[in-house]
Design a protein around this ligand. Structure first.
Ligand SMILES: *Cc1c(COP(=O)(O)O)cnc(C)c1O
Length: 392
């Protein structure tokens, strides 16, 4: 080993990132309203938040948090299996199962933690995992930790998935697991739920669906696209449209019992605190009633997509509140985000490795709390961007 500083590797790697324009830093924000933040003293309209229904600021959630702090305290005092299963989390899991129309549910601490531990819990060394190539990083990490064979099938390509299932049917895998998101986080498109169900039935594969971006905004009562046991395991987060924090698994009682015993991300961690559980409870009471807000949200998304495509922008296959404006080139995308920022709009530039090379984009995330004027302002800025580029 050479005698240089033991942390020199960090400089090398970071410098490489910087020279690729991919170095990231944190941006400190002060929330002002459901859709506005202050950054360095400047007020910005936030088009990058996952707070799709503005619930992060909702008085009912705040009040329920305070009530549960008063009643149950600040901390949950232990892991779920030791003494952290307070009666309030028990009732919350039953409420959630009723809403998801599944036999049972289990609350975990984050969506990330759920995916990285549930996939290894369900797989053994002899399992084959088939995972959509655009699945979230937590699913990718979960597949790596599962230490078994895995193949990423082409995004939403049911024929490719079927081909992989046919090719592997005769091999002696102990089980096959299919994993997909129901709404994809970077593209705002949806999986083909029926086809996935049909294939998982036909090939006797375990189906896992991640409803992170669907929970709260799509499906019956806004409870997501995969209710009623349309998959063996349905995962979702409370950190997005639910305006709080935490995650869930909706499944059969049999799978729940298995996870309580074998999902390390459930077993070896402190249960969520009462304040967070209270906010989740409030969100679950509210969400089924928010039909008007959901309608508004989807109307605004449709209007945004149509306006952008009239301007010649590519919004991919988005059909949800997530609207990518795919610009392709990384530098052009960074410049576009900077131009928006200078005009008081916060919209995230998404670049490789988060998306494939040549697919850099501005990711617009709409909230029912955005006013029509704010959406129109965004469209006008994209129109200016179009003109700047065509005259350049
Ligand atoms: C955000 C997200 C997660 C992570 O959920 P957290 O609760 O924020 O950890 C998992 N899966 C998908 C698809 C996501 O978009």
């Amino acid at each position: 080993m050479t005698q240089n500083n033991k942390l020199d590797f960090i400089d090398q790697i970071i410098n490489e990132r910087k020279s690729n324009n991919r170095y990231r830093t944190l941006k400190t924000t002060t929330p002002v309203s459901e859709v506005e933040v202050m950054i360095s003293g400047k007020s910005m309209i936030n088009f990058s938040s996952n707070d799709y229904l503005g619930l992060s600021k909702h008085p009912l959630l705040k009040q329920r948090s305070k009530d549960w702090i008063e009643q149950y305290g600040n901390g949950s005092t232990g892991s779920r299996l030791i003494c952290g299963t307070f009666d309030c989390i028990d009732r919350l899991e039953k409420k959630l199962a009723r809403l998801k129309l599944t036999e049972s549910s289990l609350i975990l601490n984050t969506g990330f933690q759920t995916n990285i531990s549930i996939i290894p819990a369900l797989a053994d060394n002899n399992t084959l995992i088939l995972s959509d190539e655009l699945n979230h990083n937590s699913i990718i990490q979960g597949c790596i930790l599962a230490r078994c064979d895995k193949v990423a099938y082409r995004h939403n390509d049911i024929e490719h998935l079927k081909e992989l299932l046919l090719n592997n049917q005769q091999k002696d895998y102990s089980r096959i697991i299919i994993i997909s998101e129901t709404v994809f986080s970077m593209d705002g498109d949806r999986c083909d739920l029926q086809a996935l169900q049909q294939l998982s039935n036909q090939f006797n594969a375990i189906l896992i669906l991640d409803e992170a971006h669907a929970t709260g905004v799509l499906g019956e009562k806004g409870m997501g696209l995969a209710c009623k046991g349309s998959a063996d395991i349905i995962i979702g987060t409370f950190g997005k449209a639910c305006g709080s924090f935490g995650a869930y698994v909706a499944c059969s009682a049999k799978i729940r019992n298995y996870l309580i015993n074998y999902c390390t991300g459930f077993v070896f961690t402190t249960a969520l605190p009462p304040a967070v559980l209270g906010a989740i409870d409030g969100a679950l009471d509210l969400i089924p009633q928010l039909h008007v807000e959901r309608q508004e949200l989807h109307k605004k998304a449709e209007f945004l997509r149509q306006s952008l495509s009239k301007l010649g922008f590519d919004t991919g296959n988005s059909s949800t509140q997530i609207v990518p404006v795919i610009l392709g080139d990384e530098v052009a995308t960074i410049k576009a985000a900077q131009m928006l920022e200078a005009s008081g709009i916060l919209a995230t530039a998404i670049r490789p490795p988060t998306v494939p090379l040549g697919q850099s984009r501005i990711r617009i995330a709409l909230s029912s709390s955005h006013s029509w004027d704010q959406v129109k302002k965004l469209i006008i800025l994209f129109e200016e961007l179009r003109h700047e580029n065509s005259t350049a």
